[in-house]
Structures are given as C-alpha cells and as structure tokens.
Design a protein around this ligand. Sequence first.
Ligand code: GLP
Length: 241
Amino acid sequence: MDIITTFTYEDLSRIAAKHVMDKIRQNPKLVIGLATGSTPTGMYQFLVEEYQNNKVDFNQITTFNLDEYVGIDKQNPNSYFSFMKNKLFKHINVRPEQTFIPDGTKPSLEKECLHYEQLLGKFGPVDIQILGLGENGHIGFNEPGTSFKSRTHIVELTPSTRNANARFFQNDLDVPTHAITMGIQSIMEAKEILLLVSGENKKKALHQLLYGEISESFPATILQNHPCVKIIADNEVLHNN
Ligand code: GLP
C-alpha cells in the first residue's frame, strides 16, 4: 500500500483531488467510485474549484456511489443522492445518466441490488474507488462480519455506525436502520482504491487496517489484499500513537 501523510485535512483533500484529476486527464472516460461521509467533502470542494477554473472536464466520466440509506428518498437532504448533488454533481458538468447511486426506496430492494451489480458489470469496472473508513472498520456500509465475497446488498446498520452518522440528522430516531451498499467483493474489483482517512477518531481503525489480521470482523483489513491501494491520511491519524 502506498501511504501519503499530510499535515492538514486541506492538504489531504487537495492531493486526493489532484490524483483524481490526473487520472481523468489520462482517461477522460474514467469510472470513479464515489464515497460519502465528511472525509471526501474537501476533495469534492477542490474538484469543483478546479472545474470552475477550467482545469478538469467531467463530461465523459461515469460514477458509482458506494451506498445509500434505505427508506430515504432522493429529495431528503440526508440522502446520499442529495449529498452528491450538493457537494459535487450540481457544480460540475456531469449529466444524471453518468452518475449511479443505489435507490433505497425501490419496492424490491433485492432487485435494486441486482440491478446495481448489472450496472457495474455494464459500465465498470471502476477505475478508481474513493473510500472512507468507518471507526469500526466498515467500508461503504459493510459492517463487521460482512462476507468478503459480498456483492451489492442490504445491510442493517450497527448502533455505532448509526451513532456516528446521527450528527447529520435532526433526531437520532430519524437515522435509518438499513442501507444498500456495494459489497466487499464489488469494492475489491476496482482497479485502484484511494482511501482517505482523517481525524483522531480514525487512528485506531487505520492502524488495524494496516497491521491487523485480515478478518471479516474488521472489513477494511481486506484492503491489504488489493494490488493497488493509495492511502492519504492526515498526520494526526498516523503519528501521535
Ligand atoms: C458512512 C459511509 C461510509 C463512510 C463512513 C465514514 O458510514 N457509508 O462510506 O466511509 O461513513 O464517514 P466519515 O468520513 O464521515 O467519517
């Protein structure tokens, strides 16, 4: 694994954005796996700024988001659909048909999972997958115990993940109990993984990811088996141990 440490979150975000932009310049039809959560927001901000300065063109890219809450419609400000629209899509030149996000309001969620996998098969593989890291080692919404062979599926969120995400909701009870997520196998099929890790609360998780035994009880450890992982982490995560 290739690890870059930065002193600030701003540097982390700038380096991540630059890496993605370089990839788009090399391949304008890049397929990008996108993540939500607070960690990648700085990177999205830089991508928007660079687009506004005519430094990057998103006209031909395709994007796949990792996950979406179940039962939260697109218009809900807490949906990952709204997140992506507000942080990135509405500011750049992508059309809706270039961007894929699972739909957690479909009457048959099983069918939606299969459909998402078909889309990944048709437009993929993902060239570069952006990933954040859950404190309990989850990637996407693949909670501890998820099979390494999993593909897009429905998950019940753990209390720790619901707590961690409660800050975005007005009321703790509004935090969804379930989500659709790309599976670990689907994530591992990306040609490259760009993992962004920021903040004191991720220190233990990053340490476990790097040095822990590869185990389904800590999903992110599977990344040790991926041939091309780049980690960008703020200094405070890696040092001060
Ligand atoms: C959520 C998302 C993950 C994300 C994680 C960490 O659970 N489903 O994809 O990596 O949060 O989020 P944050 O970056 O806000 O710490």
